[in-house]
Design a protein around this ligand. Sequence first.
Ligand SMILES: Cc1cc2nc3c(=O)[nH]c(=O)nc-3n(C[C@H](O)[C@H](O)[C@H](O)COP(=O)(O)OP(=O)(O)OC[C@H]3O[C@@H](n4cnc5c(N)ncnc54)[C@H](O)[C@@H]3O)c2cc1C
Length: 374
Amino acid sequence: MTTRVTALAAHTTPEHEMFRDTCRRFFEKEVTPFHMKWEEEGIVPRELWRKAGEQGLLGMTMPEEYGGAGADFLYSAILIEEQGRALASGPAFSLHNDIVVPYLLHYGTKEQKKKWIPKACSGEPVPGSDLQSVKTTAVMDGNHWVINGSKTFISNGQLADLVIVVAKTDPKLGAKGTSLIAVETKTDGFKRGRNLEKIGMKAQDTSELFFQDVRVPADHLLGGPGMGFVQLMQQLPQERLVIAIQAVAAIEAALTHTLAYVKERKAFGKQIIDFQNTRFKLAELKTKAHIARVFVDDCIARHLRGELDVATAAMAKYWTTDLQCEVVDECLQFHGGYGYMWEFPIARLYADARVQKIYGGTNEIMKELIGRTL
Ligand SMILES: Cc1cc2nc3c(=O)[nH]c(=O)nc-3n(C[C@H](O)[C@H](O)[C@H](O)COP(=O)(O)OP(=O)(O)OC[C@H]3O[C@@H](n4cnc5c(N)ncnc54)[C@H](O)[C@@H]3O)c2cc1C
């Protein structure tokens, strides 16, 4: 059981811990044995999404009437933590569960929710939202939107059945002319680019998507026209919290694997942990990891109460991901040359960490957001 050291302990029930067991078993059985192969392939099989859907790991925070379990966000946090513990860069479950599908729930009509959310809960992946696609346009033609444009760096883009596009529906109005439109990927004119090669997160696919005269029915618009920017701003604190939870899970995994290594490996007739430098450095990292855990658990508790604000989410995202990169770098150093070998967990943790400072809004942008509230 993960030891909750903060106010979040009060939110944790035996059901949450049962769900943690389910997640752990799922990763041990369905993911870890195949993950190396998926890293080579750059993608996880679609079948894995179906299995996750059967186990109740997709869309669990969605209401029961749409195929979810009506669970609270702590269930999402637990799934993210268990995926981090398993060192699995793919599948991008949290992107699907906590970042994209919520747009359908919060801004969709009853019909839209009935149409798409049950599929998302049963295992049809939905990719990353498309925040900066200011060049993509959607023009009304009869009772259809006609979408043109492209967007690079879309996680889950190769597998997705449904995409939520941010498009300019009224370019004259700037941010106020931006809308969210759901596009089924079987629609004519939709194309996926190649699966991009990345430094890390290798089992997670990332793609460029193209829209050429893609015609979707008018009722695929989510919420009102021109509401896209506001909708994105409302959902971004949860996206940033998700990244912070991933960061803390990775930090804890890095320390666990490193402690095991330094207790076993010997140099100059001593275990690596017997060098004072090792103990002092690891003592510092463990302290910082503890602070990160307390902070992020507090953010989760705030989010469960509906009180997580933009600046606090930005603090959590930038500070924990900076720390993640520091910790994995220091931990890799304790592995010596073996730390540079892919078969060692720390090598994967190192490669997967770097992007965390970039996506979800770069850490510089996080500081801008915090700075605006000073
Ligand atoms: C693996 C991966 C997966 C991704 N998945 C998705 C996804 O699913 N959906 C999605 O929408 N996006 C996704 N992204 C995109 C990601 O969110 C962007 O890459 C990120 O927001 C940065 O944007 P950019 O790459 O255009 O960098 P740029 O905006 O060009 O930034 C370049 C540099 O300039 C700095 N900079 C820019 N503006 C400022 C400023 N105002 N002040 C100070 N510094 C500034 C940045 O911090 C950065 O250091 C993904 C990216 C990657 C790498």
